[in-house]
Design a protein around this ligand. Sequence first.
Ligand SMILES: Nc1nc2c(c(=O)[nH]1)N(C=O)[C@@H](CNc1ccc(C(=O)N[C@@H](CCC(=O)O)C(=O)O)cc1)CN2
Ligand SMILES: Nc1ncnc2c1ncn2[C@@H]1O[C@H](COP(=O)(O)OP(=O)(O)OP(=O)(O)O)[C@@H](O)[C@H]1O
Length: 231
Amino acid sequence: MGITDTGSRFASPPCLAGEIAPDYFDPMAVDPEQARDVARWRTSERARLRAERQALSVSDRAAVGAAVSRHLRELLLTRFDGAQGKVISAYWPIKGEPDLRPLMADLHAARVTIALPLVEHKAAPLVFRRWTPDTIMVRGDWNIPVPPPEADALTPDITLAPLVGWDSAGFRLGYGGGYFDRTLAALRPRPFTIGIGFHSACLITIFPQPHDIPLDVILTQEGAQVLRQTP
Ligand SMILES: Nc1nc2c(c(=O)[nH]1)N(C=O)[C@@H](CNc1ccc(C(=O)N[C@@H](CCC(=O)O)C(=O)O)cc1)CN2
Ligand SMILES: Nc1ncnc2c1ncn2[C@@H]1O[C@H](COP(=O)(O)OP(=O)(O)OP(=O)(O)O)[C@@H](O)[C@H]1O
């Protein structure tokens, strides 16, 4: 899907994707050799982008977290009237991801219900459990801090998907477990999905495969990218 045909508008330049001929790559082609090449390429791009992110100073990363939080607050106000009474799934930052925890606490105080994702079963959709600033976290899969098993399981209205890489058609590269794609494929109604990442993690294309689901918005420190129509 191209940029112009989604009716998108951009807060900053959308990373050259408009310069790609639409017939350059056929995302629906399921050629096993091509799928294998894409998987290898993704593995090396993930490593490159993660190393780049890790090389940033702590204060640069903190500034990105603060800027993304500002844009997210604004997006929730303008598109969801502040999201009061809604369930938003966030994430507990790992491996240099933008830290939105202060905003999570502010949203909780503003009567937004916050949930966090858990890998409770390998290669299955994520489970979301309620988080409040008083939640005592436990170690989950991959050592990610998660709410305890007795925390309520919730279905998010809005999902924040942390990303390792993104493209201007709204596709996301994560850590390679396929968890968000499986989750979005399973959830009905599908939550409004906001990718969260560094602007510099923009790729010309992630070579979307049939299982990849484009996000509704991608937020970076430079604002909203790939903003789709109102849900
Ligand atoms: N902060 C945060 N929490 C999150 C996510 C996230 O991206 N960020 N997730 C978003 O989904 C889920 C965890 N995602 C995971 C993704 C991959 C693997 C994992 O084991 N990766 C293997 C490679 C897998 C493969 O290539 O088959 C590895 O790196 O060794 C684990 C958890 C839920 N919580
Ligand atoms: N809906 C789905 N059903 C079954 N398998 C899926 C689905 N979505 C993704 N997968 C599998 O997960 C694998 C990894 O997917 P992908 O490369 O898109 O990961 P990712 O989006 O970077 O990971 P994550 O969401 O965990 O951060 C794919 O090879 C695919 O086989």
